[in-house]
Design a protein around this ligand. Sequence first.
Ligand code: UD1
Ligand code: UDP
Length: 381
Amino acid sequence: MLTVMPIYGTRPEAIKMAPIVAALEGSNSLNCVVTVTGQHRAMLDQVNDLFGITPAHDLNIIQQRQTLNSIMTKTIDGLDQLFRDARPDAVVVQGDTTTSTAAAIAAFYHGIPVVHVEAGLRSGDLFSPFPEEGNRKMTSQIASLHLAPTSISKANLRAENVTDEDIVVTGNTVIDALLETVAKNVPFTDPVLEQIANCGKRILLVTTHRRENQGQAMRGVGRALAKIAGSEPDLIIVLPIHKNPAVREAVLPQIEGQPNIIVIEPLSYGEFTRLLSISHVVLTDSGGVQEEAPSLGKPVLVMRDNTERPEAVTAGTVRLIGTDEGRIVHEVDRLLNNKEHFASMANAVNPYGDGRAAARTVAAIECLLGMGERIDDFIPG
Ligand code: UD1
Ligand code: UDP
């Protein structure tokens, strides 16, 4: 049996890799050896626990207020040693984090084929998202197999001269994870959330963490939330706050003392998807949430000026609003108080997947390793 090593380090990679790990473990021809870098700790372990994944190797690289270069060098160093001891036949990396690019580089230098999941997303701005746009482009230079979630991401790769035969459109595995998890309708462990779920009030779900928004822009996001909370006393704003201290320092002082803003620790994926499913509007700068919320028919306001995920913007469920405080207040107000506008955005669309992306991913890897036929590209139904 050939060995395939998924390598990941952060919450979103774990969520998107979990369906692939399950599919690899179900394969008769491939041996799956999970390696984590530990770029995230609590937020990573939370996902692995939920999906029952026990990594075979854990580099445990996390540091408080870690730098991009420390993530890069510690990952490459740790994997360099690991690949000498336990050389896989292929590695699988996901997305655009520094873990994913560092793992791709470490594998490439060992002559190990790199499978890039969620390949080909491009914002067109090297500094937004930062460093993710650059990370993703670097990985595209050295991957052997590019698994694009949509035909737009495939076209981006073709425009950069990646050959057609090295690209397969699979859909995004986040939709596999979402559909499986949201169907479980898990109870909230925090009684406050269970109370909110049953009180009949509208929920504004907020997440923020983007590195380029930290500091001034994120303080503005906090002030905007305080203004919305003040003018909409019947609205409940729920903010599962990222573990990054830079995020907490920027947002929390701005929203102190607002009774209808509920700040909670990062939720388990089961609880988060349930909260998403009962929310009225979503305000976020997250990549994954931009992909999930449209599937559940939730209007999404994205606190960024551009996106590498244009599909749901085109479909009308996602709107890019930037980080200006006044604009955030205005756009949330419009969705809360203009029924036609809300209805025009609250459409369930599935441009990112059909829940079978992981099966396509494993079939594409088997083909790369000479164990199966090439599969057809995913086309949204
Ligand atoms: C990282 C990714 C980003 C991804 C995001 C998902 C990079 C450069 N950034 O950004 O692409 O969108 O994850 O959330 O790869 N921390 C903890 N515990 C945790 C997680 C984080 O304490 O479980 C704290 C640590 O102090 C850490 C800091 O948060 O130093 C920042 O984490 P880091 O992974 O460097 O950046 P993110 O903003 O999480
Ligand atoms: N998420 C979660 N718990 C939370 C907040 C988010 O499980 O409290 C999930 C969310 O459903 C999505 C992923 O985390 O799948 C997004 O992670 P994040 O926003 O940190 O990273 P990004 O997608 O922007 O890289």
